[in-house]
Design a protein around this ligand. Structure first.
Ligand SMILES: NC(=O)c1ccc[n+]([C@@H]2O[C@H](COP(=O)([O-])OP(=O)(O)OC[C@H]3O[C@@H](n4cnc5c(N)ncnc54)[C@H](O)[C@@H]3O)[C@@H](O)[C@H]2O)c1
Length: 273
């Protein structure tokens, strides 16, 4: 008998941050697995490019909208459009997120140099930028009495990762929000609505390339520190998050909710000594 535990055929999956490295790569992978994808990212031209690329190389079962995850009017509009087109949302992947230079404490700075306006922006993008789409798109799941949400946590959520204060505070709150929403949706709507998160270790992406790699491709000092605390001794590859997310949104994980799964080459297991 065919193993259907991981079957995604017919599932409608919305992905925020879909023009980015991790969420974008995952979205394309899920399209290859037979799901129907709705790509969401900040700018129309980036979304159009991703959708056109997917249609040309993978499948026609893909559409996309410009969607700022911090704008409730846009979120509501996109929600209505998805519901009009597909009538359901089975999965939401909250991939929009990232850091910004003003909210990090540089090597020659201290906490007293923090720009609180930039701290607020990073907190908003990485926390409210998951909370707002979740509340918006989970309405479909509450009606359907089924659905899966996957959030992006980080290694900074549970331990002090120097420099990135706002980002760390937000990702710590994402772990808490993941558990909170898992309980809320299972108790008040259906045990078939699940909320989980993955906590990637260090993957080279748009937001952190300059922190980890020099222009010639060799590691920065911080890149070296990360590699030394990663037992596998390397950064993650984009496709190494696909399997964990596929598992979390599949029937194989139907009794799994409120978890945060590290995909980190052992970073979180190791003290560094
Ligand atoms: N790369 C890593 O090592 C790493 C590690 C841990 C966690 N993460 C998390 O994984 C997620 C994906 O990150 P990535 O590494 O692929 O980054 P990325 O920068 O490649 O992608 C992030 C995407 O989010 C989009 N975005 C930014 N602001 C937005 C907004 N207001 N509305 C809609 N879209 C917006 C960007 O345009 C971009 O396409 C993020 O939450 C990130 O914090 C990444």
């Amino acid at each position: 008998m065919k193993n259907s535990l991981f079957d995604l055929e017919g599932k409608v999956i919305a992905v925020t941050g879909a023009a980015g490295v991790l969420a974008g790569g995952t979205a394309k992978y899920l399209l290859e697995q037979g799901a129907t994808l709705v790509m969401l990212d900040l700018f129309q031209d980036k979304v159009d490019q991703v959708v056109a690329d997917c249609k040309a190389t993978i499948s026609e079962k893909v559409s996309g909208y410009a969607c700022n995850v911090l704008d409730q009017t846009i979120l509501d509009d996109v929600y209505e459009k998805i519901m009009a087109e597909h009538g359901r949302i089975d999965v939401l992947i909250n991939g929009a997120g990232g850091n910004m230079p003003g909210a990090t404490i540089g090597p020659d700075q201290t906490i007293f140099d923090l720009k609180i306006e930039d701290y607020d922006k990073v907190l908003a993008l990485n926390l409210k930028g998951t909370v707002m789409p979740t509340i918006t798109f989970a309405k479909a799941m509450a009606k359907q009495k089924s659905g899966c949400i996957v959030n992006f946590s980080s290694m900074s959520a549970g331990q002090a990762l120097t420099r990135v204060l706002g980002y760390s505070n937000a990702k710590g709150a994402i772990d808490n929000f993941t558990r909170w929403m898992a309980v809320e949706l299972a108790q008040k709507f259906s045990g078939d609505i699940r909320v989980n998160a993955i906590a990637p270790g260090f993957f080279v992406s748009h937001q952190n390339r300059a922190l980890l790699l020099k222009e010639d491709g060799t590691f920065t000092e911080r890149g070296n520190q990360v590699i030394n605390k990663t037992p596998m001794g390397r950064f993650g590859e984009q496709d190494e998050v696909f399997g964990c997310i596929h598992y979390l949104i599949s029937e194989a994980a139907k009794f799994v909710t409120g978890t945060v799964i590290p995909v980190d080459g052992g970073f979180s297991a190791y003290t560094g000594v």
